[in-house]
Design a protein around this ligand. Structure first.
Ligand code: GLN
Length: 301
């Protein structure tokens, strides 16, 4: 059977042949070292309407197909706060429920960023781990390279800020980011802490966002990035908008974890990676709906 995305939904098919090396005993992936002279060019993604990736067009993530959907969680040893790990779990679950084979990879900060990923995830973090993560990712160059080829990237809070050109360090000093999103972050007067509700750019077709924020940073978008959403409750970027996207790169201040509380956002990322997806059965959505109702009701009093 072929789904709307052109992939065959055959959960009972033969196990996919992973293109990755076997995971290390800790479950993290150690890819071969990057070739010397890996390009470090900074590039700003343009907010062109996203096109399905090459892998989406070829349908190669079908269960039993030639390779699994590779979800790469960048630096969980430095960037993972307020349940950000849930974003990885949610993408796995929603992909597998569609019959897609998934290969989740946790990449610690002493490892080079693999080039063959389909969706790259970054979480939030305190100021010092955030600065260290930015330095290592700049030195590695791998995430900058995959952004330039159109890989899907979803980044939360500290991870979101470091995708920009610059962000505020511990004393507000400017720290260089990766420059894959056209935005700059500085340090605001007060921390933004608490629940967030925000209405997503209609072009993305995603329901109202619910999440939790805790950050000092304020973010200003350049012309090559679009706001992800308009804030209804909370702080977000600090100017009435929340998050940003350009091409297949999307960042947000929302923890909670964002993709568990906003399954539409999870499906948007999966769609960017593999093409159109069928809706899930009601039974598979009941916990998600309950969580969203509970969180949104808690903010409406
Ligand atoms: N350290 C950053 C800030 O305070 C990001 C915080 C976070 O990731 N929660 O703005």
């Amino acid at each position: 059977m072929t789904g709307p995305g052109g992939y065959a939904a055959e959960p009972g098919g033969p196990a996919p042949q992973p293109r990755h090396a076997a995971p290390s005993p800790t479950g993290s992936y150690r890819p071969p070292p990057l070739p010397a002279g890996e390009p470090m060019a900074m590039s700003i993604s343009r907010p062109d309407p996203p096109q399905p990736s090459e892998s989406a067009r070829s349908g190669r993530h079908a269960a039993g197909g030639p390779s699994a959907l590779r979800l790469i969680w960048i630096y969980p040893d430095l960037l993972s706060t307020y349940g950000d790990r849930g974003n990885l779990l949610m993408l796995q679950r929603r992909a597998r429920l569609r019959g897609l084979a998934v290969d989740p990879i946790e990449l610690n900060s002493d490892q080079p960023v693999p080039q063959q990923g389909d969706i790259y995830l970054l979480g939030g973090g305190e100021d010092l781990p955030q600065i260290l993560a930015a330095q290592r990712l700049r030195a590695d160059g791998g995430l900058i390279a995959v952004a330039a080829r159109g890989a899907v990237i979803f980044a939360v809070c500290a991870g979101y800020q470091l995708l920009g050109t610059v962000f505020g360090g511990v004393q507000g000093e400017e720290v260089a980011g990766l420059g894959v999103l056209d935005l700059r972050s500085g340090r605001g007067e007060r921390r933004g802490v608490g629940e967030v509700v925000a209405d997503v750019d209609p072009a993305l077709g995603v329901d109202r966002l619910t999440g939790f924020e805790n950050h000092q940073g304020v973010t200003t978008l350049g012309s090559a990035a679009r706001p992800l959403a308009q804030v209804v409750l909370g702080v977000g970027n600090g100017d009435g908008t929340e998050g940003a996207y350009a091409g297949h790169v999307l960042g947000s201040y929302l923890h909670g974890p964002a993709l568990v509380r906003n399954p539409g956002l999870a499906d948007l990322l999966l769609t960017w990676a593999v093409g159109p997806l069928p809706p899930l059965a009601d039974a598979a959505e009941s916990w998600t709906r309950q969580l969203r109702q509970e969180r949104l009701a808690a903010t409406s009093s």
